[in-house]
Design a protein around this ligand. Structure first.
Ligand SMILES: [Fe+2]
Ligand SMILES: [Fe+2]
Length: 409
């Protein structure tokens, strides 16, 4: 049984309010939740910061993978999980609980899957709609000691950023004949529920509501003074972090992946690294001075079927291990897709840790620690040499014939 903080339940189970009152109620209860797990400062810093997204533990292979991670000893390290653990509250709770035993601190931001309220095997406790479910999850995290608010850990500031997708995020030409997101094509449109009077899914207003659930930008900026700043979200802040539409099985996905409000927050904060998830592509790219990394576990089927577009690896992997070839003919490490031993990715190390355990590769010095060497990932590697060509609407060979298939996000 999932234990939920009683405070939110009392606030949220008040008599049904009018649409305006209901929206106000949600805002005020979010503020109340934030005192359970508010911005905080710890003098102690981490030894290392590791990151992963899209655990999707509903798949038994992924649950096993996560349990294996939970059995490791990372008592001086931080783990960032950038959303999509599960729509199922009990599995979410079990997973977070396990990870908090292995790591000194665990950070988490909700993904779209966490906010599904209409899934068949949902064991959600008490939420009537998706925003309410988010608040219950934040209370659950507070009870488990999982951090969902910006927190300064010695020299490192780690900022979870809540976000939601809106259709106007996509500014690139459409593939003719491909339908826009709808309940038929994007799961969030049928699996989430919204309070009466709430903005519709896909609108800027809804994305703005999610953005408003974050701490005020000034408060976060105050905490960022003289820190190595790492932020993370589930969704994308920039369309350049997604392959062009001609390469996507369902090109309408571009309208259900990102948020301009998130982009504005990141531009203000100027983190050294921003982690994201959701699109299930391994990624490492530096854009306007910010390093954007996606390190997704994905579903077992995706890892078995298209490992080359998911796996991340350092440049210093010995050639003897680069014996597998991906679908595009590129060499990738010969590893078991189900074991996924390239995850979680270590993205930051303290200078003390670097001197105790000198690493291979080109670790890059920040103010206090170092960030990981460039990571190879098929799509971000591709865009290092090829400019984005969104105007080219000629479907990629692997997309032809299957482009109406619903996305796996
Ligand atoms: Fe996902
Ligand atoms: Fe997602």
């Amino acid at each position: 049984m999932v234990v939920i903080g009683t405070r939110s339940l009392v606030i949220l189970r008040a008599a049904r309010p009018s649409p305006f009152r209901q929206r106000t109620l949600i805002h005020s209860s979010a503020a109340a939740c934030s005192c359970l797990n508010t911005c905080a400062i710890s003098e102690q810093g981490p030894r290392r910061v590791l990151a992963v997204s899209d655990l999707h533990v509903d798949h038994p292979e992924n649950f096993k993978w996560t349990n294996k991670l939970a059995a490791t000893d990372h008592r001086h390290d931080v783990l960032i999980v950038a959303g999509d653990i599960s729509h199922n509250q009990e599995k979410l709770s079990q997973t977070l609980q396990g990870l908090t035993k292995a790591f000194w601190k665990v950070f988490f931001v909700v993904g779209n899957h966490e906010l599904w309220t209409r899934a068949k095997d949902d064991s959600m406790v008490g939420a009537e709609h998706s925003p309410q479910k988010m608040q219950l999850i934040h209370s659950l995290c507070a009870d488990l000691g999982v951090l969902t608010k910006p927190t300064r850990l010695g020299p490192v500031l780690i900022c979870p950023l809540i976000s939601w997708h809106h259709q106007s995020f996509d500014r690139e030409p459409d593939i003719p004949g491909v339908p826009r997101p709808s309940p038929l094509f994007v799961s969030d449109y049928r699996a989430c529920t919204w309070p009466e009077g709430f903005p519709g899914i896909g609108t800027e207003e809804l994305a703005q509501w999610f953005d408003a659930q974050n701490e005020p930008a000034e408060q976060i900026l105050d905490m960022s003074h003289d820190a190595d700043v790492i932020s993370f979200s589930h969704f994308l802040p920039l369309q350049a972090l997604l392959p062009e539409k001609r390469n996507l099985f369902y090109s309408g996905l571009a309208k259900a992946v990102g948020s301009d409000f998130l982009a504005r927050r990141i531009a203000e904060l100027q983190p050294s690294i921003h982690l994201f998830g959701h699109t299930h592509f391994g990624w490492d790219a530096t854009l306007d001075g910010i390093r954007y990394i996606q390190a997704p576990l994905c579903t077992p089927r995706e890892r078995l079927g298209r490992l080359g577009s998911i796996i991340l690896h350092h440049a210093d992997i010995p050639p003897s291990r680069m014996t597998r070839t991906d679908g595009a003919g590129h060499a990738i490490p010969d590893t078991d897709p189900l074991a996924a031993d390239w995850l979680p990715v270590t993205i930051w190390r303290s200078k003390q840790d670097m001197s105790s355990y000198p690493p291979g590769g080109d670790w890059q010095a920040l103010k206090h620690g170092c960030m990981c060497p460039p990571l190879h990932a098929r799509w971000s590697d591709y865009f290092q040499t090829e400019p984005r060509r969104p105007d080219d609407l000629t479907l990629a060979p692997w997309v032809k014939g299957v482009r109406r298939q619903p996305p796996a996000t």
